[in-house]
Design a protein around this ligand. Structure first.
Ligand SMILES: Cc1cc2nc3c(=O)[nH]c(=O)nc-3n(C[C@H](O)[C@H](O)[C@H](O)COP(=O)(O)OP(=O)(O)OC[C@H]3O[C@@H](n4cnc5c(N)ncnc54)[C@H](O)[C@@H]3O)c2cc1C
Length: 396
């Protein structure tokens, strides 16, 4: 942590630490946005609900929906640092995307129906945006919704849907008007994942686990009252939700902590009979990672303060995302390199370092450079929006 904490924030930090000590669930946080195992779900839900009810999470919501008038962005920063250091799981998934969308664009009835349940963690959410031919070019999505009486009827396919296999509800984007410009024909919905016609098929990932899914919609009926905002407003609603997700992923894992752990790995990893940390080349690499980590943490901190003041610049979240995800990937890669032959072992081999945590971190780190908009797309955004370079001709 790089800022002087005031007495108020020190008190706040103590309260968080006491809360973690009293309520932490018997499960550790895995690197990345991972789904809890089904057997862990009850304790996981309880833990997340406790963070809301203690006023640590969701404190920035309007008071009417459980937020606190005395909430500050610095409190969120302190919370993020404490949860990361304690390695406790965080509330996963699309809860923060959908709650942002509902607070900004939902009806009073939708807020009353879903927001209290989100705070109690009664419902887990997933984000049903990407499709086989619509990832970076999300506005080309083809899942269709047509009006039939009081319902919308949805058919199509989504992919890479994190947590869909355990989700109760989904935040869905579907094309409701194929006749207009592609960005203007998209509408956002809440969909109950138990609705007949939805098939969730888990995908097996390089980590060996299944956090992603394919989700198929076959004439799925969504009641009209589950549309978020007006028909055709889905693109704007999704964009603001995604910008939030980009800055969020940075706050979930402080890479400065990961660099401190590299120091220990270097000290414990012999090279030609000497600890790797004694080699100048190793110290240069670790020093340079620490500089990148500090930049990343400070960018995240700056973004937090700006968003709390309702200020944002177009380049902010793409810049933060690129800096964080690439430093994160390089650090995880170097952690394995430092371990030498041990780096290729994996859990449950008893020789593997830290239960295979670094292997997991390495395998997952590439995903962070892709999720919530790939880094190539982020660079395009920086070039076009922040630096006013000509528009990418490949983008539709
Ligand atoms: C960990 C993780 C979690 C995810 N969770 C979800 C989720 O919960 N819900 C959901 O809806 N989606 C999710 N996604 C999907 C994610 O949003 C997409 O993978 C991402 O938008 C990229 O789309 P794509 O995979 O179709 O790749 P493509 O768009 O096909 O891109 C392929 C490659 O081409 C590059 N590329 C594409 N267009 C351009 C361009 N104009 N200029 C330069 N390069 C370009 C890309 O950067 C990429 O390297 C997740 C992805 C990951 C990795």
């Amino acid at each position: 942590m790089y800022l002087e904490l005031t007495d108020d924030l020190l008190d706040y930090r103590n309260r968080i630490r006491e809360h973690i000590a009293a309520h932490r669930p018997p499960m550790n946080r895995l690197p990345g946005t991972r789904s809890p195992k089904p057997a862990d779900l009850p304790v996981y839900r309880q833990w997340c609900a406790s963070l809301f009810s203690a006023g640590f999470v969701g404190a920035d919501w309007p008071e009417e929906w459980g937020g606190r008038a005395d909430h500050t962005a610095l409190q969120d920063f302190v919370l993020d640092v404490e949860l990361a250091q304690a390695k406790t799981p965080r509330p996963i998934g699309a809860y923060n995307l959908i709650s942002g969308a509902l607070l900004a664009s939902g009806t009073q009835e939708q807020k009353a129906k879903f927001l209290p349940r989100i705070r109690q963690f009664d419902d887990l959410w997933c984000q049903l945006f990407s499709e086989p031919d619509a990832g970076s070019d999300l506005a080309s999505l083809r899942t269709k919704a047509r009006r039939e009486g009081d319902d919308w009827v949805v058919s199509g396919q989504k992919v890479w849907t994190t947590h869909a296999h355990i989700a109760d509800f989904g935040f869905l984007l579907a094309r409701t008007d194929p006749a207009v410009r592609k960005h203007a024909g998209i509408t956002a919905f809440v969909v109950d994942m138990q609705t007949p016609g939805i098939t969730v098929r888990p995908l097996r990932e390089i980590t060996g686990s299944s956090d992603f899914n394919e989700v198929f919609f076959d004439e799925v009926r969504i009641p009209r009252e589950n549309m978020i905002g007006a028909a055709g407003e889905g693109w704007a609603i999704a964009r603001s939700a995604l910008a939030h997700e980009r800055s969020q992923s940075q706050r979930e894992d402080s890479i400065a902590d990961a660099v401190r752990q590299l120091v220990q790995i270097a000290a414990d990893s012999p090279r030609d009979g000497r600890p790797a940390s004694e080699y100048s080349e190793v110290r240069q690499r670790i020093g340079s990672f620490f500089a990148r980590a500090q930049v990343s943490d400070l960018l995240g901190f700056k973004g937090l303060l700006k968003s709390a003041d309702g200020v944002s610049d177009v380049g902010d979240s793409p810049v933060s995302k690129v800096v964080f995800t690439e430093a994160n990937l390089d650090i995880a890669t170097y952690a394995l390199e430092l371990q030498g032959n041990r780096g290729v072992l994996d859990s449950p081999d008893e020789e593997v370092l830290d239960g295979g945590r670094w292997q997991e971190a390495f395998l997952y780190a590439r995903g962070f450079t892709i999720s919530a908009g790939s880094n190539e797309i982020m660079r395009n955004l920086i070039a076009e929006r922040a630096l006013r370079l000509p528009r990418d001709p490949a983008a539709g």
